[in-house]
Design a binder for this molecule. Structure first.
Ligand code: NAP
Length: 512
C-alpha cells in the first residue's frame, strides 16, 4: 500500500487538530506534522496522542529547508517526546544522524534527505548511506531539473532495499507524486487544499483522489498524458481521467511538462518510451510540440496519418505494445473535430463540404488545420490573418488540394457572403471576452450562416453572441474540444468515449 499523506505545518493545537480532521475527511491515510516552530512538549504530547490518523512527526531545520532554529539536541529531544506519546513515525534528516546518535525511541524512523536546487550529485552514495542508516524507511527528495528526473525516482523505488519515499519537487516533478503508487512508494505527500502545500509541486489530496484517480492507480495502470509547455492550465487531464473512470479503464492521464525544443521532446520520448514498468501508452501533444511530434515520428519510422503530415502537426501519439514490439503512430484529431463539428451541425457528410464556401479567420496552428481539412474535402476557402503573409503562404500551400483556397483582407472576408465562418484567432478568448474579430456582424451573418468559434474559454464568445443575435447557427469551441479528446480516447483505448460526461467536465470548469 502507498499511503496518501497530508503534510501539515503546526502553528497551534487547535489549527493542527482541525487540519488533521480535514485531512481525514478528504480521504488521507496519514498526516505529517511539521513541528518546526511548535515545540511545547505538553501540547505536542496531547496533539500526537489524540490524533485521529497515523502521524509522522518532523522538526525540520532551516538548513534542510525547514523553519526550525533549534539545535540538533533540541530537535532530537522533541522527536523523543512525540515518539513516547505514540507518534507512528519520526522523520529525521540523514545529516542530523551523521553527527548524532539516533533518537532514543521505539518508533520507526524515516531517514530523509532533500535537495532544493537540483538532483543530488552523489545520489548513489546517498542511497548506500540511507540503506545503512538506522532508519526503517528511506526518504529522498530533490527538485526536478526536467521531467526526466522522475524516471530516476521510479528507478529508486523499483530497486528499493527498504520502504522508500522518493519524490521530485517542482512542476516538472509533479508526476512522481502521482505515480508513487504505481511504483510502490511508502507514501506520497499531498496538501490539504490547492496552494497550501509544504513543498513545490504538491497537489491537494482532493485533486489527487478526484482528478488523478489515486484510488485506482496500481502497478499495471497505463500512463497517458499531455505534453506541453506550459501544461498546468490544460483541461486534458480532467477530461481524460474522468473518461477513464467512467469506463473503468485502467489508465492515468498526467500533465507532462517538456521544454519547447525538439531535443527536449526527443529526449523525453526516448527515455519515457523505454522505461520499463512505466507503460507509457498514449500522448496528447500541444503547444509547442505538435511539429516536434511529427518530426520525431518521421525519424523513428512511426506511422503518420497523411493529413496530419500535410498539416505538419501531430496532436496525438498512439503507442501500441500489443505485438511485443513498440509501434508508434501519429494522428491529428483536431482536423477531424473541426470537420465533424461542421458536418454534424449542418446534417451533411464531409463530401458535401465541396458545395460550401468557408471563411477562416486566422492562420496559426488551428487556422492551418481548418484550411487543410476543408480544402481536402473540396470546400472553397477564404483565409484572413492579421499577419497577411501567413494567410498568403497558407493559401498557396493548400490551394487546389482539393478545394480552392485564397487569402483575403478582413473587409473582403466580411463581404464575401461565405456560408460558414470559422474563427481560429485567439480574439475573444479569456480574459479578453469582450473582443470579437468581427466589428459589424450585420455585414456577414444571416440566418443561413454557420458561425464556428474554436475558442472554448469562454463557452460562449462575443462572436457567437453576435451570430446568435443575427439568427445564425453556431458551433462553440467546446464541440471541437470534446470531439478531438473523444477521438484520442478511442484511439488509445479502443472504447467508445463517454462524450456527454467529457463535455460536462469541461462545462463545469469554464465560465459561461
Ligand atoms: P496560434 O497558432 O498562436 O494562432 C493564433 C492566431 O490568432 C493567429 O492567426 C494570430 O494572428 C491570431 N491573433 C492573435 N491575436 C490577434 C489579434 N489581436 N488580432 C487578430 N488576430 C490575432 O494559436 P492556435 O493554437 O491556432 O489557437 C488559436 C485559437 O484556437 C485559440 O483561441 C484556441 O483556444 C483555439 N483552439 C481551440 C481548440 C479546440 O479544441 N476547441 C483547439 C486548439 C485551439 P498572427 O499570425 O497575426 O499572430
Amino acid at each position: 500500500m502507498t499511503y496518501l499523506c497530508v503534510a501539515i505545518f503546526v502553528t497551534d493545537l487547535a489549527q493542527a487538530r482541525r487540519d488533521i480532521a480535514l485531512a481525514a475527511e478528504s480521504g488521507a491515510d496519514m498526516v505529517e506534522l511539521r513541528i518546526d516552530t511548535f515545540t511545547d512538549a505538553d501540547q505536542l504530547r496531547e496533539l500526537v496522542s489524540t490524533a485521529i490518523l497515523p502521524v509522522i512527526v518532523t522538526c525540520r531545520p532551516e538548513w534542510e529547508g525547514g523553519n526550525s532554529e533549534a539545535t540538533d539536541a533540541e530537535r532530537i529531544s522533541a522527536l523523543e517526546t512525540v515518539g513516547a506519546a505514540g507518534a507512528t513515525y519520526l522523520d529525521i534528516e540523514l545529516a542530523t544522524l551523521r553527527r548524532n546518535p539516533p533518537p532514543a525511541t521505539d518508533r520507526p524512523l524515516i531517514v530523509s534527505t532533500h535537495d532544493f536546487t537540483s538532483r543530488p550529485a552523489k545520489l548513489g552514495n546517498l542511497l548506500i548511506e540511507l540503506n545503512q542508516s538506522p532508519g526503517t524507511i528511506n526518504k529522498i527528495v530533490w527538485t526536478a531539473r526536467s521531467i526526466r528526473d522522475n524516471l530516476e525516482v521510479f528507478e529508486l523505488l523499483k530497486q528499493r532495499h527498504k520502504p522508500t519515499i522518493a519524490l521530485c519537487m517542482g512542476e516538472a516533478g509533479m508526476i512522481s507524486r502521482i505515480l508513487a503508487k504505481k511504483f510502490g512508494a511508502f507514501l506520497t505527500f499531498a496538501s490539504l487544499s490547492t496552494g497550501t502545500g509544504t513543498a513545490a509541486g504538491q497537489i491537494s489530496v482532493r485533486e489527487m483522489k478526484e482528478l488523478y484517480r489515486w484510488d485506482a492507480i496500481n502497478p499495471r495502470t497505463k500512463v497517458y498524458g499531455v505534453v506541453a509547455q506550459p501544461v498546468m492550465h490544460s483541461m486534458s487531464p480532467a477530461i481524460h481521467n474522468a473518461a477513464f473512470s467512467a469506463t473503468n479503464y485502467d489508465g492515468i492521464y498526467l500533465p507532462l511538462l517538456v521544454e519547447g525544443s525538439y531535443e527536449s521532446f526527443k529526449a523525453f520520448m526516448e527515455t519515457f518510451l523505454d522505461f520499463e514498468g512505466l507503460d507509457l501508452s498514449g500522448l496528447s501533444i500541444t503547444i509547442p510540440h505538435k511539429e516536434n511530434a511529427l518530426r520525431y515520428l518521421q525519424e523513428r519510422g512511426g506511422e503518420i496519418e497523411p493529413l496530419a503530415a500535410a498539416i505538419g502537426a501531430v496532436n496525438t501519439i498512439v503507442i501500441d505494445r500489443s505485438t511485443g514490439a513498440l509501434r508508434l503512430s501519429g494522428i491529428n484529431t483536431d482536423y477531424a473535430a473541426i470537420l465533424d463539428s461542421i458536418t454534424s451541425a449542418l446534417g451533411i457528410e464531409r463530401k458535401d463540404l465541396a458545395k460550401h464556401r468557408v471563411a477562416v479567420l486566422g492562420a496559426g496552428g488551428t487556422g492551418r488545420t481548418a484550411v487543410a481539412a476543408l480544402a481536402a474535402c473540396g470546400a472553397g476557402v477564404l483565409v484572413w490573418n492579421r499577419t497577411s503573409e501567413k494567410a498568403e503562404a497558407l493559401a498557396q500551400e493548400f490551394n487546389g488540394r482539393t478545394g480552392q483556397v485564397a487569402a483575403t483582407t478582413l473587409t473582403e472576408l466580411i463581404q464575401s457572403k461565405c456560408d460558414i465562418y470559422i474563427n481560429t484567432t485567439s480574439v475573444g478568448m479569456y480574459p479578453n471576452v469582450d473582443a470579437s474579430p468581427i466589428d459589424d456582424p450585420a455585414e456577414c451573418f444571416t440566418s443561413d450562416t454557420l458561425v464556428f468559434d474554436t475558442i472554448y474559454n469562454p463557452l460562449k464568445t462575443k462572436l457567437l453572441k453576435q451570430a446568435e443575435n443575427r439568427g445564425a447557427k453556431t458551433i462553440a469551441g467546446i464541440e471541437m474540444f470534446v470531439r478531438q479528446a473523444a477521438t484520442q480516447f478511442g484511439a488509445w483505448t479502443g472504447k467508445a468515449a463517454p462524450r456527454e460526461l467529457m463535455r460536462t467536465v469541461i462545462e463545469r470548469k469554464l465560465p459561461k
